[in-house]
Design a protein around this ligand. Structure first.
Ligand SMILES: [Zn+2]
Length: 469
């Protein structure tokens, strides 16, 4: 008799209370492809888009569990800037009641997205305006304002579609597709993306993270899949065409749609991939993007699908989000250094400057902007989400080195920790302290002082420890 009363009590509690232990999940997607003719991102020169290889999408997943709601937005963009993500998160929060700190807007880092921010875009945009009576023919619409509105709208749409759902997660390995692009060379230097078959390569200077977390939502009481979040630490920089393109996350979507139906929404978060890409210098075999990009999307879908039987059910009832803002010192810049960088930018087309010299100038302009905007310390937001006692997600801004993402996972008190980069802010590299000493491309783009990466790791681990029940 006593037992029956207890059962009845719990049944009533589960039906009537807003704290009922169940997930409510919603997905939505919207097109964010700019007009053809807009500049394409991912390059240090002007590239004009010539068509649409894949529509560029913004996709949102909203997860609600009792009183907590979390929204994740993925975008087929090279990066997202803080000023716009701040506006969109505030707008979405106003319309849904989801706290700003519980919303994250990320980029897949596709290099087939539009160039719509940063010093290079500003330079090319200003030059075009000067030549065309104040109008830039490559930017016929206010794309930035449109993005803010679409991000807010896609969150509202996913939120309004939320329904009873189950969540499951599996973290298989995806091997053989990602390579650390920094190498210790036999001559003692650190090389970057060495050419195929280079006999001077001694060994990779950093690791590769083969974890491929896959979080899947299904309609409650059925096996109908609604959508997924997949994470992998490899540069979304395979795509190479002049039309707009979504790269392998687009092919992952296509393959999962084929398996799960046309309404399925696949969101991709780039893991900590600052020093990792698809280029394999140990084989002479050609790696043309037209083959490699679809092959990676296919491999990802295959690994997800074959490992789903091993997925663990995420237990509802303890969803929680923590967010912290840390401040990272910006490397100081003199007036003379800034002037030299500006001058180099304005002669970009004919100055014959080497790649690293251009990258360095670009960073100096960034550094100056950061000093003006933030007084020498860049605010960086770190978010951590507890899905259940075993499953957590961390989101970090910028392009964080793989070793740093792995350090977060190793120190995490959660059995399963996913780490997504390029969240809420720009694409520049966050190297390890050691990589700053070794030099080359990624440390050259970073406007922050060495130690910025280790600081992000410490902040993320602190949030994870606070969330561990
Ligand atoms: Zn990058």
């Amino acid at each position: 008799m006593k037992l029956n009363l207890t059962v009845a009590f719990f049944a009533l509690f589960a039906i009537g209370s807003p704290l009922a232990a169940e997930f409510r999940v919603g997905f939505a997607a919207a097109d964010i492809t700019p007009p053809v003719g807009w500049r394409r991102a991912g390059s240090y020169t002007e590239v004009i888009s010539t068509g649409v290889h894949d529509p560029l999408m913004t996709k949102a997943m909203v997860v609600e569990d009792g009183t907590t709601t979390f929204a994740f937005v993925g975008n087929d963009l090279c990066s997202v800037p803080r000023d716009l993500t701040d506006l969109a998160r505030a707008l979405a929060s106003e319309r849904t009641g989801i706290p700003v700190a519980n919303i994250v807007i990320t980029a897949t880092h596709t290099h087939g997205g539009p160039e719509y921010l940063g010093p290079l875009r500003e330079f090319l945009h200003d030059r075009a305006k000067r030549a065309n009576n104040g109008r830039d023919p490559h930017e016929p619409i206010n794309y930035r304002a449109q993005l803010v509105e679409r991000w807010a709208a896609v969150i509202v749409s996913a939120w309004s579609k939320r329904q009873s759902a189950s969540l499951e997660v599996v973290i298989p390995r995806l091997e053989g597709v990602a390579f650390n692009r920094r190498y210790w060379m036999k001559d003692g230097a650190v090389g970057w993306n060495p050419r195929k078959g280079d006999t001077n390569i001694f060994r990779p200077a950093g690791p590769v993270d083969t974890d491929f977390p896959f979080l899947l939502a299904r309609r409650a009481g059925s096996t109908d899949p609604l959508g997924s979040l997949a994470v992998f630490a490899m540069h979304t920089a395979v795509y190479g065409g002049p039309p707009f393109g979504a790269d392998f996350p687009g092919h992952l979507q296509t393959n999962l749609t084929a398996a799960f139906g046309p309404k399925f929404i696949s969101i991709f978060g780039e893991g900590c991939a600052g020093d990792v890409n698809h280029l394999n210098p140990f084989t002479l075999e050609s790696q043309h993007w037209t083959n490699v990009s679809p092959a990676i999307g296919r491999a990802m879908a295959a690994v997800a699908l074959t490992n789903l039987p091993h997925a663990s059910r995420v237990k509802p009832g303890s969803l929680a989000v923590r967010s912290a803002i840390i401040r990272s010192p910006v490397t100081p810049i003199t007036e003379a250094e800034y002037d030299a960088a500006r001058k180099l930018m304005t002669t970009l087309d004919g100055n014959g400057a080497s790649f690293l010299v251009i990258v360095d100038a670009w960073r100096k302009i960034f550094r100056r902007q950061f000093w003006e905007q933030h007084g020498g310390e860049l605010p960086q937001e770190v978010q951590a989400v507890r899905f259940d006692a075993d499953t957590a997600l961390v989101t970090l801004p910028h392009e964080v080195f793989t070793e740093l993402g792995m350090a977060i996972k190793a120190a995490s008190p959660f059995r399963r920790t996913m780490v997504v980069s390029l969240a809420n802010d720009l694409d520049f590299y966050i190297p390890t302290r050691r990589a700053f000493e070794e030099g080359h491309y990624e440390p050259t783009t970073c406007p922050l002082e060495p130690g910025c990466g280790e600081r992000l790791v410490a902040a993320a681990v602190k949030l994870l420890n606070e969330l561990k029940p």
